[in-house]
Write a protein that binds this ligand. Sequence first.
Ligand code: ZN
Length: 493
Amino acid sequence: MIRRRRPRLESPAALSIAAVAVGLAFGGCDRGDSTSPRHGSIFERTRPSDLKVLLIGIDGATFDVADPLLKAGNMPTLARLIERGSYARLRSENPMLSPAIWTTIATGMPRRLHQIHDFLSRGRGDAAHPVLTSTADRKTLAIWNLVGPFAKSVGVIGWWVTWPAEPVRGFVVSDRVAHSRWQSWTAGPTDRNLTYPESLIDEIKTLVVDPMKPPMDEIGALADWTESERKEMLAARHPIPFHGPSVLKFGYCEQSTYENVALRLLPKGQPDLSLVFLIATDPISHTFWHYFQPAAFRAGVDADAARRLGRVIPGMYEHNDRYLSALLSAVDPKTVVIIVSDHGFQPSGKLPSETTSIDYREVGIERTESLGRPVNVGMTGIHHLDGFFAASGGPIRKGAVPTTQPTVLDVTPTILALMGLPVARDMPGRVLTELIEPEFLAKHPVTYIDSYEDYIDRAAISQAAQGDESQRLEYLKSLGYIGESTTQPGMLE
Ligand SMILES: [Zn+2]
């Protein structure tokens, strides 16, 4: 019988070792604590809640698209969540570049501190051979680094800027497991440190959806495509910047990969905190908005094309709703579910134009390539500062309305408070306490520390992430996640 490797998230051995060793590993840098560093560290004193939290990121989701679908009954799962919980437009920040904002959401830190500014890394690579931003560029801790020392497990699936995968108490499936637009544009993925544990890639690689073999039955169902549009989509070997059919194909396959991974991994042992990232709404909102909202384009959109392709964007929202339903039935029903987007969308007013060459300068790369055939490219949808926020389940109050508009900086502090973990004063956001039942807050009052950077060594995590498996194991040992006698990570059996 083949013994399958799977993440073991609640290993009692790992937990008891952690309880003893975490104090030793962190006590020395437990600055600002008046108690004995070995027996009074925040990790030992904190009494976490027993809530499970699932954070779902949907790139570019907006109530401007969702509202009419909710009213029409076309997003029943989201409608139920909202009905039982709370929702708001989530305030984003300029410039609205996805890697920066998703990192702000997951760190609670502004980008001047976390230093993830763009898709491409500053200071590494050059204009002709740029390097994608990676965890090596991130200068602050992310929420998946914070929960482990409190003996809380975490699973991260497809989140922006998670490669190389950092060692965590749980697992990371990095954003370079799937074939993404950005990997294609910048000369491809790497095959190391795609996941943590490294061996997890062996279990999930069959779940990767190949854009050269796209699920055309599903993508086809999003709209009423002409035969030539189908051919154009199938023929695209690379995602062409702002070319609807090709970015839809790549975006859909990328999202499907992480959808599959989450449905495989979460039911096997749901981590205390899970992050699942869905990308496809962003590339299609950039390229199909003129069909969705033709009245916003003065030059006029072909009425037949708008009738046929105007369903692509709402169709993807409905797809996401069906996926949400599948995901929710795979997790503990008491899970607190939080859904966020990094920004919304609005029409650009500019229609696509025909081209026979790909101009990569639009995505920050000094390169042009001949296509040999004319295609239409253009950004007809552009980012809007109002993103998406919904929270439901556990102690989230039904119908609660935020007292001020929540921002992307509030997500991490709110999750920490729900998990009963200290919130750091160097996080500029706030805990959205008005959304949480007072009984829960009485039992788990929000506690504060100055900074997690005082307790957890960011540089050591970054170094371990880029290193080989033995360096990652050393880091995990230093956290007390695994004992000296263990040769494998505690999360594997
Ligand atoms: Zn975008």
